[in-house]
Design a protein around this ligand. Structure first.
Ligand code: IPE
Ligand code: IPE
Ligand code: MG
Length: 266
């Protein structure tokens, strides 16, 4: 297998902003037709590391740097929300060392980035079954969520111990509880009621799903919310996903006709 050098910009300890300069949106993108909400399956960290002869976890470190870049670019270019898949309910099946590394990484990055998130107006939330996470990580998540709750900038959602099927079961349980309490008529349960019990409640559905590393599957991500998302799959591995990759995903998106089951009128 060929070995590639590690790129220089992989330090997840540097600040979110990396400076305060706004990166201009590529001129060929129509600002009126940007996705309001982008969801991303950040895949390929392990392969990125393996290709360089590095341990898999180095790919996760590099992946954090990419995620920081993405939040900033989406914010600069006028995307209202970014939802990133960081750890699935199925990822616990990975070797304990890798899982522990990821949990520590999440906590470390959160503590190094929280001030930048606050000052840049990012509203961060963590979506998933958070109670199963290490107590110290839960505490950092709680602090970051509270400190940024009233921020008016980009909504940055990090799906951590997230699984869409578990989310849907939880929503069903919550609705059932309301029925049992006499608060809800089962016949009257609507799509809006169900959506309101999901972790993503209050967020618009993603308009665009990006998956890196070429895999063509959802891997239990936002099964309900992605019903009408446009899907962009790239072979680029997540740590290599850069500004040009985001621009080409947005160009791809802007070239699509979204019909939502209807027909084009013009
Ligand atoms: C995605 O990269 C990150 C997480 C799932 C945490 P992977 O770790 O899945 O990388 P590959 O797919 O093995 O290359
Ligand atoms: C999906 O990637 C989960 C995250 C990106 C967090 P995986 O690497 O876990 O997905 P599969 O196993 O290839 O479907
Ligand atoms: Mg993977």
């Amino acid at each position: 297998m060929s070995r590639l050098p590690a790129p220089p910009s992989t330090d997840p300890g540097s600040s979110l902003s990396g400076g305060t300069e706004v990166t201009p949106r590529p001129a060929d993108l129509d600002p009126a037709r940007l996705p309001r909400h982008i969801a991303v399956i950040m895949d390929g960290n392990g392969r990125w590391a393996a290709r360089r002869g590095l341990p898999r976890v180095m790919g996760h470190r590099a992946g954090v740097a990419t995620l920081k870049r993405m939040v900033r670019l989406c914010s600069d270019w006028g995307v209202g929300a970014l939802t990133a898949y960081a750890f699935s309910t199925e990822n616990w099946s990975r070797p304990g060392e890798e899982v522990n590394f990821l949990m520590t990484l999440f906590e470390r990055v959160l503590s190094s980035e929280i001030d930048a998130l606050v000052s840049e107006g990012v509203r961060i939330r963590f979506l998933g079954d958070l109670e199963a996470l290490p107590a110290s990580l839960q505490k950092s998540i709680d602090g970051a969520t509270r400190r940024t709750a009233t921020n008016s900038g980009i909504h940055f959602n990090v799906c951590t111990n997230y699984g869409s099927r578990r989310e849907l079961v939880r929503a069903a349980q919550r609705l059932a509880r309301r029925v049992c309490n006499g608060e809800l008529d089962p016949e009257a349960i609507s799509e809006t009621d169900l959506a309101a019990e999901l972790h993503t409640a209050g967020e618009s559905d993603p308009d665009l799903l990006i998956r890196t590393s070429g895999e063509q599957r959802l891997s239990n991500f936002l099964l309900w919310q992605l019903a009408y998302a446009e899907i962009h799959i790239t072979d680029v591995l997540w740590p290599d996903f850069d500004r040009a990759c985001l621009a080409s995903a947005l160009r791809d998106y802007q070239g699509r006709q979204r019909r939502f089951g209807g027909v084009m009128t013009s």
